[in-house]
Design a binder for this molecule. Structure first.
Ligand code: AMP
Ligand code: MG
Length: 340
């Protein structure tokens, strides 16, 4: 067991944690998306510790977190103009780009791929830490693999106490879902994961982006995909989840007809009054996608401490920031979706 310190988000903590990272340790870092589990991304031994602490399959690659867009060229080659444009518009921010990797990036960071994912997080204390450490910080979400991602220090404490050296507590994450991942290493830009930056914003800068079939939930267990991590069941609470898509008034009615004792319900604020007898968690108002994103993981986690045996969720419309929320809900449900 390692003693896990919880530090406030300030320069002194950034300095202490930069030392820990330089020495091969693991530190949970706040970002605007979710909390990350960081290690020196150039140090194979340190990176291996991430996989162990999370129980993460080793064919699931990690994202390198950079302090600044200028650092792209240190770790990536053949960087296309589209990547430079996107970095200019959206970094620091919730956008990850997959680019051709330079040899300096170890294979355990990229899960053996010849590409590497890079991002510059919009969080001052974390960018300070990265620049003080002087190395890119490899970081997946700081949860046990398969569990909902952590959007507060308390979630990280739940999963990682005793396994990592420190957590920097910067309060709740302002975006609440992981970054949008765009693969720019092939012929056409390809969306690998919807996330905190709406696809529509990206297309406004670089034109049409192809949606990978993993985004749509069409990948089979034994299939080889561009990002191996995309095939795993993710974000799941202990009770099985069913996602109901359609107009809110229709999904609300369907859920009312199909809920019973010990049903957990995820619904919009406007519909909460309909489910008096159930354990209800509210996503926010129908139109408030920012709130849906900030709440989704907290909600999925919250059912684990209750007597709920099944969960039914009212699904937002698949557009803008809500596309990320829809994707996380469907993954939590293992793509058990009912269309009404
Ligand atoms: P997370 O699982 O939240 O840590 O985010 C990491 C995800 O980024 C992985 O599961 C992959 O889907 C994606 N990713 C990271 N590196 C690459 C890469 N080189 N090529 C494609 N996808 C990647
Ligand atoms: Mg994750």
């Amino acid at each position: 067991m390692t003693e896990t310190f919880v530090f406030p988000a300030n320069n002194e903590s950034a300095e202490k944690c930069a030392e820990m990272i330089k020495n091969g340790g693991l530190v949970a870092i706040p970002t605007e998306t979710v909390y990350g589990l960081g290690a020196n991304g150039l140090d194979e031994e340190a990176v291996l510790k991430i996989f162990l602490a999370k129980g993460r399959p080793q064919d699931n690659p990690l994202i390198l977190h950079l302090a600044d867009a200028d650092e792209i060229e240190k770790y990536c080659c053949d960087v296309p103009e589209t990547a430079k444009k996107l970095a200019q518009h959206f970094w620091p921010g919730p956008l990850t780009m997959v680019l051709k990797a330079k040899d300096i990036v170890p294979k355990c960071t990229t899960a053996g791929l010849d590409t590497v994912a890079v991002r510059c997080p919009d969080c001052d204390v974390t960018r300070k830490l990265i620049s003080l450490a002087g190395v890119p910080v490899a970081a997946p979400s700081a949860n046990t693999s398969g569990r909902p991602s952590p959007t507060s220090a308390a979630h990280v404490i739940e999963d990682m106490t005793g396994k990592i050296e420190a957590i920097i507590d910067n309060g709740p994450c302002t975006v609440g879902v992981e970054s949008t991942i765009i693969d720019l290493s092939g012929d056409k830009p390809r969306l690998l994961r919807p996330g905190g930056l709406p696809l529509e914003d990206i297309e406004a800068i670089i034109g049409d982006v192809v949606k990978d079939k993993a985004v749509k939930g069409e990948v089979k267990d034994d299939e080889i995909v561009r990002a191996p991590g995309m095939k795993y069941r993710h974000y799941a609470p202990k009770a099985p989840v069913t996602v109901v898509t359609g107009k809110p008034e229709d999904t609300g009615r369907y859920i009312l007809e199909n809920c019973g004792a010990n049903t957990g319900i995820i619904c919009f604020d406007e519909y909460a009054h309909m489910f008096d007898d159930c354990t209800v968690k509210c996503l926010g108002k129908v139109a408030d996608s920012g709130e849906h994103a900030r709440r989704i993981f907290e909600i999925l986690r919250a059912f684990d401490g209750t007597d709920v045996i099944k969960i039914i969720a009212q699904c937002p419309e698949d557009k803008g920031l809500d596309s990320a929320v829809v994707n996380r809900l469907k993954k939590a449900a293992g793509f058990t979706v009912i269309k009404v």
